[in-house]
Design a protein. Structure first.
Length: 321
């Protein structure tokens, strides 16, 4: 039975082996890679990525990466392709075929058909003399010396190399398209990532619960306003502009420093020039301000007009952090 030490050594060797295989990929890049990127970039069609076995799983991941970074793509299983799914391939599409050996039966049937269709074919393969490589217009070499599998059978290093080559294509295409975070957000509207990239302060602000008092409001009413609106804060408004803020902390400090507060008003205890953020600002910008100044509430304005209060808890509930 393997000891814990043996298991960690095996894991370490696996990681080191795959790391070395990936590092060697850089030396295998040729002009075919440049041409492959150019033809995909200039294509009027889609990118179709196909493979079989473990390579098919890698193909699906590459398709997902391409779609999310501005290159319309679809996955075509090599086995299903030769049983009817070739109808998915349109004349202007570019096809990437992934196969370690490049000689599997399905590949040998598929490649001539694709060439007959007239589609440009890019091979990602670990065998540059294979049937696939000979039939391809461009070859992306993912040769590895061996697999991490102790029997040198299970695809490990080879599939990792395929994945990295696909990532290299995707990143190059992103650079050519000048694909920005705003573009990325269009394709990731759901979940924490989408919210982080798309959500604006106004999208989550409850303007129906907008705590506010005037500079002359007595402290009892100030406390009532803070309690009623349940945000732990109220803005102090004069001539439709925010001139100050009163928090729970300000109330506590007032009580500590005064035996009575009957004579005090909002302007006596407010903090002047509070931190604010615009209604159309990104929520991530609001979060940065809250963190930088160690505060939990931000006054929200639009062209200097008071719109409400954004609380840190509102951001946390959205799962952005």
């Amino acid at each position: 039975m393997k000891t814990n030490k043996n298991i960690l050594e095996i894991a370490k060797k696996t990681i080191e082996s795959e790391s070395k295989s990936i590092a060697k990929l850089a030396d295998l890049l040729t002009d075919d890679f440049l041409k492959a990127v150019e033809i995909i970039y200039n294509s009027k069609g889609r990118l179709v990525v196909t493979g079989i076995g473990k390579s098919a799983i890698i193909a699906q991941k590459i398709v997902a990466s391409m779609n999310s970074t501005g290159t319309p793509s679809l996955f075509l299983h090599a086995s299903e392709a030769i049983h009817g799914d070739l109808g998915m391939v349109q004349p202007d599409d570019i096809v990437i075929c992934i196969s370690k050996s490049g000689n599997s039966p399905e590949i040998k049937v598929l490649v001539p058909i694709l060439k007959h269709f007239g589609n440009s074919l890019i091979a990602i393969t670990g065998n540059t003399t294979s049937f696939l490589a000979k039939g391809a217009d461009f070859i992306l070499d993912t040769t590895v010396e061996s697999e991490s599998c102790p029997n040198n059978l299970a695809p490990t290093n080879s599939t990792t190399a395929q994945l990295v080559m696909g990532d290299a294509l995707a990143v190059c295409l992103m650079e050519l398209r000048e694909f920005k975070a705003q573009d990325f957000a269009k394709y990731h509207p759901g979940g924490a990532l989408g919210k982080k990239l798309l959500l604006r302060v106004g999208d989550m602000l409850d303007q129906s619960h907008k705590p506010e008092v005037t500079p002359d409001t007595n402290i009892k009413k100030v406390i009532f306003e803070i309690s009623e609106k349940r945000l732990g804060v109220t803005a102090v408004i004069e001539n439709n502009k925010v001139i100050g803020i009163i928090t729970d902390g300000d109330i506590r400090r007032m009580l500590n420093n005064n035996d009575t507060f009957a004579h005090l008003t909002a302007k006596d205890i407010m903090t002047k020039n509070p931190k604010t953020i615009q209604l159309l600002s990104m929520v991530t910008d609001a979060l940065n301000i809250l963190e930088d100044f160690s505060i939990t509430q931000l006054i929200v304005t639009e062209q200097e007009e008071y719109k409400g209060v954004l609380h840190l808890h509102d951001i946390l509930k959205e799962g952005i952090v």
